[in-house]
Design a protein around this ligand. Sequence first.
Ligand code: C6P
Length: 422
Amino acid sequence: MSALPALSTVPAEHFTGLDLARIRAEFPILRQRVHGKPLVYLDNAASVQRPKAVIDAISDCYSSYYGNIHRGVHLLSERSTAAYEGAREKVRAFLNATSVQEIIFTRNTTESINLVASSFGGSVAKAGDEIVITGMEHHSNIVPWQMLCERTGATLKVAPFTDAGELILEEYERLLDSGRVKLVGVVHLSNALGTLNPVKRMIEMAHARGVPVLVDGAQAVPHLAVDVRNLDCDFYAFSSHKIYGPTGVGVLYGKQALLEAMPPYQGGGDMISLVTFEKTTYADLPNKFEAGTPSIADVIGLGAALDWLNAIGLDAVAAHEHELLEYATAQLREIPGLNIMGTARDKAALVSFTLQGVHPHDIGTILDREGVAIRAGHHCAQPVMQRYGVPATARASFAVYNTHDEVDVLVKAILKVKELFA
Ligand code: C6P
């Protein structure tokens, strides 16, 4: 009997009301063929593609008003400064932060977390203290804390998760109860499993013990509305390139009182108030944490990406992607020998899997010949791979422009892999 799932063409009304043809038309890169096949881009968790509105915003900055910010009195500098600071206000509104002073531009999520580990962690952690993270963190939310622990003599503690990929809250609570925890770092949406962690509850539990929480939102922000005031998180980090914006820009949200009390992360231009050889005083927030010339046009591009995403509406995006995930999961489950890693009840945006007898890199290579771009590897989450005893997985991850037909192409291509390795 054939194991082929039904490769149906799903009717348009299935797409939760989004005009996918119009949305896809806004992404020039999606129009191409790869190895002679239409591109099916399912590597969105690594980096998503950008709509024309974002490309145009960057191009417009460079072609009509670019100048360095916060420095010049000339018109171009003033215009660039206004656009750059305008983007900061867009990020503030997007996260529902109280003030623009709480929004720091960095290079990426990784730098945002390093900033907190170095500046906040460096001032509060000492020998005997503990930092708590979870077992499903990306390396970006592990290594900076390990480096901090090496410097200070603090210890890294790891909250475990179940086989399904759900955090064990009792174990997390037990770790918090040591009375030595100085900070919790938790991933909002796991890039290796797709698990959506109960971060609001976790923050409440930490705050009940006076422990601040950093949320790694790199994967969450493109898929669900995030309200930092409602979450009551102390820090929230994300990258522009995962939310339809350009590379080279990250965001760190931090509660103002915490940021005020923290020492600068890097020294240089734009982060000072007065410099003499004897002593330097620092600029107010947010400039205190933005040393040197930032990626001006890219920050402006991030602002355009948020405008673009807001115009579609994150609720509509989430509903569409949820349907895609359910559809893909159901289809993939039909394939004998395919094992989905990460089956949490609360899950979003991606499916990680292995195929019996086939290395994930081979899956990725063969899928590429079929025009399907996925990621194969450890996804910079090696401890997650170790937890399941696999070296790597194949991962298909979704964005708002993906369609049910593309899921069908993915499934067909995986069946071809199986045939080749039979
Ligand atoms: N994950 C992936 O393919 P940067 O590289 O700083 O923009 O983002 C780092 C990062 C932090 N946290 C999570 C949960 C992430 O998923 C990522 C990036 C990509 O899964 C590239 S490794």
